[in-house]
Write a protein that binds this ligand. Sequence first.
Ligand code: FES
Ligand code: FES
Length: 217
Amino acid sequence: MPTELPDSGVPPTTRTPSTSSTLSRRAFIATTGVAASGAVVAPSLLGTADSATAAESAAATAGPGGRVSLTVNGARQTVTLDNRTSLLDLLREHLGLAGTKKGCDAGACGACTVLVDGRRANACLTLAVRLEGAEVTTVEGLAGDKLHPLQQAFIDQDAFQCGFCTPARSCRASPASVRATPRSAEEIREWMSGNLCRCGCYVKIVRAVQQAAAQGR
Ligand code: FES
Ligand code: FES
């Protein structure tokens, strides 16, 4: 429990007694010298205490671990994780697949969209340990030796600026575009509505999806 200083800001132990005016110069130096050395030593002691406290705190808050085996972009992966790890953190922090972006980390922006068993999913809201046996596809897995037609369409239509939203958008659009039937602009806007684009490339994004859909991809 922290001890509050009195209004004077001087700790009680170092407060000058009412007889201070009678202190000798030697006694004054001895008193302030002890106080000064205390000020130097205290931070190092506090640092040690802080480190120990942080370690204890981390140990206390560490959740139970779990083991999960899943397929990511065609490769079998078996990992042991804190049960609270999201699929997004599994991809980015454990598997080094940084193509899937972390925007809001709260299910609002769609920047983390991937495919789980062929269906769109917000990776930030998906617990990794629940994906035993699942097949996950990220933007890194969309392309083979050459770009996925949808990715090529994004380039052809100049459908991005910074590109932050493009990986998730490619995953989001692909289940729609692989269906042979081209969709109307309105349907595509509805389909893509969960993915925000800070750069405002929505018109060209619709054109890119239409281009890929027209190719039956
Ligand atoms: S990072 Fe997952 S929805 Fe925004
Ligand atoms: S291209 Fe920049 S966020 Fe969409």
